[in-house]
Ligand binder design. Structure first.
Ligand code: SAM
Length: 288
């Protein structure tokens, strides 16, 4: 499989050098947090034994491995991602679990030359980072057989996601944060506008586009509230700005304390539970 390295260069750098290595370190915590949303998207994908699935932006592979269990030994799942460290973790997990019907490839979903035989395209939060989403989804649609299915989950707007908004609001008075990106810019909230997502998919040649709102309370970060605050500082939407700010240890501890106070109202016996809102998006490749 080949892909042109020119597209999505900033994301290639970000997911290989900045966020990917951090993500690998806390992969188990992230997986626990967003697993319920991946399961909702997998249910929407309606996988059957024997099917061939492409997991787009598969990261450390949790959903790739779950999809592999759904399609069984007669089926196969290919996970593609920009991030070498995340793919290394995904391959390691497949080996540890003895799963043989998955493969992982480093590729840019927007430009990769993909086999054109998949029954299903799937993604958990891996399709909002393309610099040219219409081109990316056109490329992906070509990898689907006639009548094949698309199912993915993406975040709604930041204001609809207290689990990210609350820590960000707590940090804002302490550290200068960059202006929010323009609507639709590549990033976690790039697909917040459901009408725009529908238009992108239709322009890419998909039909029967459906968008369902899912509001789910997520178990955020590790169970201990102090650890959860540290997790949100390291991985939340302010993480890049905080890393760039090179905080003194005293300021770092002020930031963590502010986030801890902000999330404390959400503490339950199981850990911090906070509301989230995402879209489950489904579509079909036209029948030829
Ligand atoms: C938010 S993470 C989600 C990872 C994984 N799907 C999960 O749920 O754990 C987004 C992933 O999309 C990948 N990604 C971003 N742009 C991509 C592109 N153009 N092609 C392939 N993967 C991409 C990133 O490297 C990253 O692993």
């Amino acid at each position: 499989m080949t892909s042109t390295p020119v597209a999505n260069a900033a994301m290639h750098h970000y997911w290989n050098e900045v966020s990917g290595p951090r993500w690998v370190r806390v992969q188990d915590v992230i997986d626990r947090q967003i697993a319920p949303l991946g399961e909702r998207a997998l249910a929407a994908a309606q996988l059957s034994p024997g099917e061939r699935v492409l997991d787009v932006g598969c990261g450390c592979g949790q959903t790739t491995l779950r999809a592999a269990a759904h399609v069984g030994e007669a089926g196969e799942v290919l996970g593609i991602d920009l991030s070498a460290p995340m793919l290394a973790r995904a391959r390691e997990r497949a080996r540890e679990m003895g799963v043989t019907n998955v493969r992982f490839e480093q590729a840019d979903a927007q430009t990769a030359s993909l086999p054109q035989h998949f029954d299903v395209l799937f993604s958990r939060f891996g399709v909002m980072f393309f610099d040219a989403p219409e081109a990316a989804f056109t490329n992906l649609r070509r990898a689907l057989r006639s009548g094949g299915r698309l199912a993915f989950v993406c975040w709604q707007a930041l204001t609809r996601n207290p689990w990210m908004l609350v820590p960000l609001t707590a940090v804002a008075p302490l550290v200068p944060l960059p202006a929010p990106p323009p609507p639709g810019a590549p990033g976690p909230f790039g697909f917040a506008d459901a009408a725009r997502v529908t238009r992108i998919l239709e322009e890419a040649g998909f039909v029967d586009v459906g968008v369902e709102s899912v509001e789910e309370t997520l178990l955020v970060g590790p169970p201990d509230v102090n650890d959860a605050a540290r997790f949100l500082v390291a991985m939340g939407p302010a993480a890049a700005a905080l890393a760039d700010a090179a905080l003194t240890p005293e300021k770092q501890s002020q930031v963590e304390q502010a986030v801890r106070q902000a999330i404390e109202p959400y503490l339950t016996p199981d850990g911090v539970r906070m509301p989230s809102a995402s879209w489950i998006v489904t579509a079909l490749s036209p029948q030829e």
